[in-house]
Design a binder for this molecule. Structure first.
Ligand SMILES: Nc1ncnc2c1ncn2[C@@H]1O[C@H](COP(=O)(O)OP(=O)(O)OP(=O)(O)O)[C@@H](O)[C@H]1O
Ligand SMILES: [Mg+2]
Length: 269
């Protein structure tokens, strides 16, 4: 049996709603509801579902940025939450995250070069000239010009910031890469290049990928498996081809139909 690189067992996350003008009874919201999934080397899993269904919350649980209210996450069979500090650092290195919103995930006072050097320094991966060379390689991999190395996040476009976030995640050679809407803010050609980069990464380095996207077409072109999320739950998952041709859940059918309609609309890009 292949060992799972990343294994989430029945993870849930409940948020307490804040009371406001419109809502006196605040109540709770189950952002993620008993989700179980696992990724092994070379796996590519697409995660789709409507806005607010819990995709980002699930991704944050998987990388340890949000503690689950119930359930547990294991990296190579070990719980990062319970590991010693040094062990936790190495487990964290294995699973990297590309944020949906790069403006809020990049330090506004750090240049691109500093942003990409930081994970190398934290994990003691390259020093001096080797580190600078590594930063150059990373910029080339995400198709950013070397001249951008000295820029601050606010001096970059949204798409460029997204690619810096991607380069930062790739800096430590992760075994699992979680990308939250990585191409949503990119134009079609750069988006296609990023998809190509991810495809190469999975095929050549056997990096496992969790690809979160609204774009069912991108998911279908990249991922071997698809999981559909609705109201915090995984309602259906399976091999891409089978799921797209024989969806079992009406909601999956709806998503497929919406994507097809979008393709057929003359005004769609
Ligand atoms: N920190 C938080 N506090 C309270 N509620 C939250 C918090 N983060 C997310 N939520 C709520 O949890 C639910 C899931 O949010 P999440 O961001 O995971 O959705 P999503 O599937 O990523 O949506 P999108 O496609 O718009 O990015 C939403 O109802 C959201 O309002
Ligand atoms: Mg999200």
């Amino acid at each position: 049996m292949t060992e799972a690189l990343l294994d989430a067992r029945e993870v849930s996350k409940t948020y307490h709603r804040r009371a406001g003008v419109f809502q006196r009874d605040a109540g709770t919201i189950r952002a993620v509801d008993q989700v179980t999934l696992s990724l092994t080397a070379g796996d590519t899993l697409g995660l789709v579902g409507e806005s607010g269904c819990g995709k980002t919350t699930l991704a944050k649980i998987l990388v340890g940025l949000v503690a689950p209210t119930a359930g547990a996450v294991f990296i190579r069979g070990q719980s990062a939450a319970r590991a010693s500090r040094s062990k936790r650092l190495s487990l964290k290195r294995a699973v990297q995250f590309v944020f949906q919103d790069p403006m809020n995930s990049l330090n506004p006072r750090m240049t691109v070069e500093e942003t990409l050097s930081e994970p190398l320094a934290i994990h003691g991966l390259a020093h001096g000239d080797a580190r600078r060379q590594r930063v150059r390689e990373l910029l080339a991999r995400v198709q950013l010009p070397l001249t951008h190395a000295g820029r601050l996040p606010r001096e970059l476009s949204g798409g460029e910031r997204q690619r810096v976030g991607m380069a930062r995640a790739l800096a430590v050679d992760p075994e699992v890469l979680i990308c939250d809407e990585p191409i949503a803010s990119l134009d079609v050609s750069v988006g296609a290049q990023i998809l190509e980069l991810l495809r190469g990464l999975c095929a050549q380095q056997r990096t496992a990928l969790l690809f979160i996207s609204h774009d069912l077409r991108a998911v279908a072109s990249l991922c071997h498996r698809v999981a559909v999320m609705k109201e915090g739950r995984l309602i259906e998952s399976g091999p891409t081809e089978a799921l797209l041709t024989h969806p079992r859940h009406p909601y999956t059918e709806l998503l497929i139909r919406a994507a097809t309609l979008d393709l057929d609309t003359p005004t769609s890009k």
